[in-house]
Design a binder for this molecule. Structure first.
Ligand code: COI
Length: 349
């Protein structure tokens, strides 16, 4: 079904797997499929190489593009596992639908990933923290500066061997008071390329002040906590976990929903509800703000040790017990070291 052209010589020998920088090294092959004449054409896997695009390609002007982030893991028996890939498939099509991009066929998505993983299997290293980050994406490729939906698209999958996203292990964040990530009726729930581009300037200002990420608040009054950079966000207050509900502003994170299920299975009370900045400041003042952590495919589960709001810095109690326990359970399932009673993992044979 997929035409495969293999590389003649792998570049894997030149890669320093002990010093990988997230998202900078890519495997030998890539998957590519063109949408033309109102249909997806037969896909191909070929050597990883630059693309040639017309300077007027619609995506370069209007940003009509969406993507996914997922990972493959290698267990101790050298078997390869995906984690909830059906969720990524559904979500890329939800994102595509909102951006007026045609739905991508299921069989091409799954067969493309499977064949790529088989060809580039050596790039997946064993050991906790090591994985292959899989990046499916689709963009408008029609040559036109007309501000309308394109009638040509390119769907691709590329893969990057990765270890940890942030080297430090925990981060400090700034709560947004001026800028916004998403608004009602917008594209916040989608993995639209532009959602991330719009965060770069405020985030770089925050980086200059010593923060690694921004926690975005609602665009209306900046009162409610929503998500942080590439992560959904959880607060542990009085032994309960609280996270914002998914809606048209918030990404329906696969790690987010998995952590909620694992936490509930551990008997932890989880609340998916709007949470105000004032509520966490009050919890801090009462000594009840136990933990804050972010979740996402790239970061997995990442403790947030402090946040700053209106120029004042607040620290959590700093134990991060819940974040550490939940991460251990999630990662144990992903690497096939713990029983997957949820049926989330998919073996590649
Ligand atoms: C994810 O964690 O889900 C991502 O896709 C991260 C990426 C934006 C670097």
């Amino acid at each position: 079904m997929i035409k495969i052209q293999q590389i003649s010589k792998s570049k894997i020998e030149s890669v320093d797997f002990d010093n990988l920088v997230f998202g900078k090294t890519f495997t030998d092959h890539m998957f590519i499929c063109h949408y033309k004449e109102s249909k997806w054409q037969p896909p191909e896997i070929k050597p990883y190489e630059p693309l040639t695009l017309d300077p007027s390609a619609s995506v370069l002007h209007y940003g009509q593009a969406v993507f996914e982030g997922m990972k493959a893991f290698k267990d101790l028996q050298e078997k390869i596992w995906l984690f909830r890939p059906d969720e990524n498939y559904k979500r890329i099509n939800r994102s595509a639908h909102r951006l007026q991009i045609p739905e991508f066929p299921e069989k091409y998505f799954f067969e493309g990933i499977k064949q790529l993983l088989k060809l580039d299997e050596a790039w997946i290293k064993q050991g906790e923290g090591n994985s292959l980050y899989i990046r499916p994406f689709v963009f408008a490729s029609q040559s036109t500066v007309q501000a309308t939906a394109s009638d040509e698209y390119i769907f691709m999958i590329i893969c990057a061997p990765v270890s940890t996203y942030y080297s430090g292990g925990e981060i400090n964040v700034l709560i947004a008071e001026q800028y916004s990530r998403a608004a009602n009726g917008g594209v916040g729930f989608a993995k639209a390329a532009g959602n991330y581009a719009a965060q770069f300037y405020p985030t770089s200002e925050a980086l200059k002040k010593g923060f690694q990420q921004i926690i975005w608040t609602d665009a209306n009054k900046h009162e409610y906590l929503e998500e942080a950079g590439t992560m959904n966000i959880f607060f542990k207050i009085n032994d309960s976990l609280i996270t914002a509900p998914t809606n048209d502003r918030i990404l329906d994170g696969v790690t987010r929903k998995s952590i909620i299920e694992i936490a509930k299975g551990n008997g932890i009370h989880v609340e998916e509800r709007p949470i105000k900045v004032s509520e966490i400041i009050k919890a801090y003042e009462n000594g009840n703000l136990q933990e804050i952590f972010g979740t996402g495919t790239a970061v997995v589960v990442l403790p947030i040790s402090s946040f700053s709001y209106r120029g004042i810095s607040y620290k959590t109690l700093g134990t991060n017990n819940t974040a550490i326990t939940l991460k251990k359970q999630l990662v144990g399932i992903q690497y096939n070291q713990l029983k997957d009673s949820f049926n989330w993992t998919v073996k590649i044979d």
